[in-house]
Design a protein around this ligand. Structure first.
Ligand code: HEM
Ligand SMILES: *[C@@H]1O[C@H](CO)[C@@H](O)[C@H](O)[C@H]1NC(C)=O
Ligand SMILES: *[C@@H]1O[C@H](CO)[C@@H](O)[C@H](O)[C@H]1NC(C)=O
Length: 209
């Protein structure tokens, strides 16, 4: 983990810019849920946990992506992920609490303007999504998050550039989000996100109550 952090910092310097906020840490050790879904995880400075898993047998896009976003209810109204590492022209997933559960809405934007619904990507919610007294957790299977336009994620990429954004204000629903209070880029090791028996585990998790 220490080495990964140094590498990220070094790349930032080589590029002549240091993205703010700087990564707390690169995607790291797997975190497994009660259904045996094991994700690689990145935690934002606001303590939002972004977890990802992809099928271990995927060799190229398109492939399904499991996304799990956990955030503190009191300080995070919505938290999103941008699969292409910037706000515009790539799939965005916007997570938020919804009663006792949580949702991930599929959005996109052509610029720095409020995103609209993205018909090219779908998030199928898992029953493990929930909201309790302290956290909301949005778990979903995304179809359409691994490729967009002429761009795609490579399962062999150890440092895919993703981005996140969050706002403290609690939206009434995903169509009413207000602009982020913070945002930043992070690096995702897709090889670490590879999950064996992906389809069977997802089917099991979808059926769980
Ligand atoms: C009402 C909704 C939104 C508005 C009005 C908005 C507006 C903006 C604006 C004006 C910027 C330029 C920098 C700044 O002013 O901070 C920006 C940057 C950014 N936004 Fe948003 N945004 C919205 C939603 C989202 C969502 C849902 C995501 C991701 C899921 C996102 C991700 C980003 C990222 C990663 C950047 C920095 C990198 C870049 O410039 O692309 N935004 N946004
Ligand atoms: C991966 O394995 C699943 C389950 O056996 C299968 O349905 C799917 O077609 C495989 N995908 C690839 C890209 O080989
Ligand atoms: C609420 O959910 C979060 C995220 O799953 C968990 O870490 C926490 O222990 C839960 N809190 C309670 C009081 O059950």
């Amino acid at each position: 983990m220490g080495l990964a952090k140094v590498t990220v910092a070094a790349l930032g310097l080589m590029g002549g810019v240091i993205a703010a906020p700087v990564e707390e840490r690169a995607t790291a050790a797997k975190s497994c849920d009660a259904n045996g879904l094991c994700y690689t995880e990145w935690v934002s400075p606001e303590s939002i946990s972004y977890r990802f898993a992809i099928p271990s047998n995927a060799t190229k896009a398109p492939f399904d992506v499991l996304v799990s976003i956990t955030a503190p209810v009191k300080t995070v109204g919505w938290a999103g992920v941008a699969f292409g590492g910037a706000m515009a022209n790539n799939p965005l997933g916007v997570g938020l609490a919804s009663g006792k559960t949580a949702v991930l809405a599929s959005k996109h934007s052509t610029g720095h303007t409020p995103p609209t619904d993205n018909p090219d990507a779908t998030f199928k919610m898992l029953p493990s999504s929930m909201t309790n007294a302290t956290h909301w957790k949005a778990d979903a299977l995304c179809k359409g998050c691994s490729s967009w336009g002429s761009t795609s994620l490579a399962p062999t990429n150890k440092a895919a550039n993703l981005a996140y954004a969050m706002a403290k204000a609690v939206p009434a629903d995903a169509s009413k989000i207000t602009k982020h209070d913070s945002k930043g880029k992070f690096s995702l090791d897709l090889t670490a996100a590879a999950l064996t028996d992906f389809d069977a585990l997802v089917t099991k998790a979808m059926a769980a109550t």
